[in-house]
Design a protein around this ligand. Structure first.
Ligand code: GRF
Length: 200
């Protein structure tokens, strides 16, 4: 059973999808949820599932490196083997990415490498693309880059708003993130030459 740490900053709907998946016959368990904001609504999902929570205040640490060291210490204290970023809005440091190399994944609401950064759905609408989606990838130093594990596509409809498109993508995120976690926890994923290979 793979022990997973989930990092959040807000709503936590992807965290909820992971927690729900872990209630069934599943090869991973959420060992701890860490938030950089005490008021993150997603913390309630963890508490409701009986999962330990940790809140770390960036203002209480003297540097980003010090904060990420505390983050790693909290994860290690709970035996974490894989870290999932789930709406975690703080950039992680190079040291953190190195410590968790190929053990750190993220979900992003675009078909990467398109539309990195904030407001990916708004970027997709502005670009006029006809297909949007979401991506689960291993994290590298550069934001929203790294080996792509899974992607899901959705249509962009003519009357879409940012929120209607985001909702359509989010439904796919909630399916895709547990699927990605399952593949990794089953030991079916390797990274070769910065591409993910998934064994059937
Ligand atoms: C999701 O759209 C995710 O792809 C992005 O941030 C959002 C987080 O939503 N990284 P939630 O907190 O999981 O509800």
């Amino acid at each position: 059973m793979m022990a997973v740490g989930v990092l959040i900053s807000g709503r936590g709907s992807n965290l909820k999808a992971l927690l729900d998946a872990c209630r069934d016959d599943f090869p991973a368990r959420i060992a701890v949820v860490v938030s950089n904001r005490a008021d993150a609504a997603g913390l309630d999902h963890a508490r409701a599932a009986g999962v330990p929570t940790v809140t770390l205040d960036p203002a209480a640490h003297e540097s980003r490196d010090a904060f990420d060291h505390a983050l790693t210490a909290a994860l290690e204290a709970h035996g974490v083997e894989l870290v999932c970023l789930a709406g975690y809005m703080k950039l992680v440091t190079a040291g953190f990415v190195a410590r968790w190399h190929n053990r750190l994944i993220n979900i992003h609401p675009s078909l990467l490498p398109a539309f990195k950064g904030l407001h990916a759905q708004r970027q997709a609408l502005a670009a006029g693309v006809k297909i949007a989606g979401c991506t689960v990838h291993f994290v590298r130093e550069e934001m929203d880059s790294g080996p792509i594990l899974l992607q899901a596509a959705v249509p962009v409809l003519p009357d879409d708003t940012e929120s209607s498109l985001a909702a359509r993508i989010l439904a796919e995120e909630h399916r895709l993130y547990p699927e990605a976690l399952r593949l990794i926890a089953e030991g079916r994923v390797t990274v070769e030459g910065e591409r993910c290979i998934v064994r059937a």
